[in-house]
Design a binder for this molecule. Structure first.
Ligand code: HEM
Length: 528
């Protein structure tokens, strides 16, 4: 496809993001009128009052006054890069997605982020990191909007505003900015014990990555792939960094926060500029699409659970390389709009209730953040595939639509494109059976909040355990409320007695007993 196929303005330029690039030898107004002076307002005499008729002053100040847009409600702090994804073709038997066929190369744009801090916050805080990838495929945009931690705090999206309210700065003093060291966070996670697994990953070294280039990424939810024969497979997506997974020590992170709050942002941009292009392998864990959507006793629809790689190895399906820095932060990194519902034929969602809320949330928030319904026309968001929709008008409409009949079928604008070849290549949802009573309740399988945190804790080396203990002790030590600390210690007692005892000692509080039997009768060895 030529660039004008996907550039509604029809500008004869190269890459779509260049479509609105500026040129010309002279400074002009936004209307293209040449300006000889931009340093002096129009006045009645050199010392006289400024005249209302000064169109240049008015335009310049008006535009400046509106330069800021709302930051993302979460993941406000981020940085991004362009690159390419090359498919190995190893997933071609389980998905018909064209970009996953053998040898296909697809342009990508990846944005890494922290979750809780505001746009100007420091990079090396203890937090989850976003890892969002936009694939500009020939079949339209596919977004894999993941995190660097494979599980999430909550099992149902209806709690998302609650967990974010708890994690964001306190409404009274607007502190702390981007750390989990406060009462509301610990209040929430100790009252909603489904958050235990994600919180434990946050308190581990995974919570302070050394570099975006050294982070894993996870799709978290289980997705459903479908091949050309209509056969389905359940999968979890994984990004594995070629540089390996590395973290900062807590002490390093503290110093860097002061010395270079842009550390991760700078590291990514410098590496790409120097030609040290970071790479990740994309892989999938695959599971049979059984009616109960369970695997080895693990509920695949529960986003607080992983499937251990010993049970389902990650199979590589392609390689991503980031090789170009954005040329304008606002135009690209800030205006990019990811959405877990941007899917292409061959990739479908499951009934994970966290995913369901996301499918609603991203479009909704971007409508506000990006000023109306036409943000898919912003150059960084444009598909690299022909767009032929019936969406019309609205704020910031860039397209000059032809024809008179934006409805289908019609007999005025050349008939109905949906009749010929409708089933071929189009996005058709997998026709899964849906039945059930309307209820507000969770399945019994969602009640297990501790077996996987125990698994995670027991998989840690002694030094990693020390780091986790130090992290809980530091973060909980910042709480003012004694009752919150005590309740969180009761949560830790259900993970491991040594973990609970050591943190309790650090806080100067008694260590409580577990409220449920620990699955592993042998507690982890005491730390030496
Ligand atoms: C960003 C909502 C769960 C990954 C966002 C944004 C919202 C949001 C409103 C800001 C988007 C924007 O302004 O453009 C939600 C809701 C969730 C949820 C309602 C649960 C119900 C998750 C989960 C993940 C995730 C489970 C990871 C698997 C991300 C990432 C971004 C993001 C990576 C940043 C995208 C970017 O870089 O622009 N989310 N989120 N979110 N979310 Fe979620």
């Amino acid at each position: 496809t030529g660039p004008d196929t996907f550039s509604p303005t029809g500008q004869p330029t190269g890459a779509p993001q260049d479509a609105v690039a500026q040129g010309g030898a002279f400074l002009t107004s936004a209307q293209g009128v040449r300006l000889p002076d931009t340093d002096h307002s129009l006045k009645a005499g050199p010392r006289g009052p400024v005249l209302l008729q000064d169109f240049h002053l008015r335009e310049k100040i008006m535009h400046f006054d509106h330069e800021r847009i709302p930051e993302r409600v979460v993941h406000a702090r981020g940085s991004a890069a362009h690159g390419v994804f090359r498919s190995y073709g190893t997933a071609a038997n389980i998905t018909k997605a064209a970009f996953l066929a053998e040898g296909v190369e697809t342009p990508v744009f990846v944005r890494f982020s922290t979750v809780l801090g505001s746009r100007g916050s420091a990079d090396t805080v203890r937090d989850t990191r976003g890892f969002a990838t936009k694939f500009y495929t020939t079949e339209g945009v596919y977004d894999l909007v993941g995190n660097n931690i494979p599980v999430f705090f909550i099992q149902d999206g209806i709690k998302f505003p609650d967990v974010i309210h708890a994690g964001k700065p306190h409404p009274d003093r607007e502190i702390p900015q981007a750390q989990s060291a406060h009462d509301t966070f610990w209040d929430f996670v100790s009252l909603h014990t489904e958050a235990t697994h994600h919180t434990l990953w946050n308190m581990s070294d995974r919570g302070i990555p050394r570099s975006y280039r050294m982070m894993e990424g996870f799709g978290v939810h289980t997705f459903r792939l479908v091949n050309a024969a209509g056969e389905t497979t359940l999968v979890k997506f994984h990004w594995k960094p070629k540089l390996g997974v590395h973290s900062l020590t807590w002490e390093e992170a503290q110093i860097i926060n002061g010395v270079d709050p842009d550390y991760h942002r700078r590291d990514l941009a410098d590496a790409i500029e120097a030609g040290a292009y970071p790479q990740w392998e994309l892989g999938v864990q695959t599971f049979p699409d059984t009616p109960d959507q369970m695997f080895e006793g693990i509920d695949l629809l529960d986003p607080t659970k992983i499937v251990p790689e010993e049970l389902a190895p990650v199979q590589p399906i392609g390689l991503m390389e980031l090789n170009r820095n954005p040329s304008n932060f606002f135009a690209e990194t800030e205006q990019v709009a990811f959405h877990a519902g941007h899917l292409v034929p061959g990739i479908d969602v499951t009934d994970d209730p966290l995913l369901a809320a996301r499918l609603f949330s991203y479009l909704d928030t971007q409508l506000t953040r990006l000023g109306g319904p036409n943000f898919p026309q912003i150059p960084i968001n444009r598909p690299h595939a022909p767009v032929n929709d019936m969406l019309r008008d609205g704020f910031h409409q860039d397209a000059v639509h032809r024809g008179v009949a934006p409805y289908r079928p019609n007999s005025l604008d050349g008939g109905c494109p949906f009749q010929a070849g409708a089933g071929e290549g189009g996005y058709v949802e997998v026709p899964v059976e849906v039945a059930g009573r309307k209820v507000r309740e969770a399945p019994a399988s969602y009640a297990d909040h501790f077996s996987q945190p125990r698994l995670f804790w027991r998989s840690m080396s002694p030094v990693e355990k020390e780091h986790i203990i130090d992290a809980y002790t530091f973060e909980l030590g910042k709480c003012y409320e004694q009752a919150v600390k005590e309740r969180q210690l009761r949560v830790l007692a259900n993970i491991d007695p040594v973990l609970c005892h050591e943190v309790a000692q650090g806080l100067g509080l008694p260590a409580p007993e577990p409220s449920e039997p620990l699955a592993d009768p042998a507690p982890s060895p005491a730390l030496s």
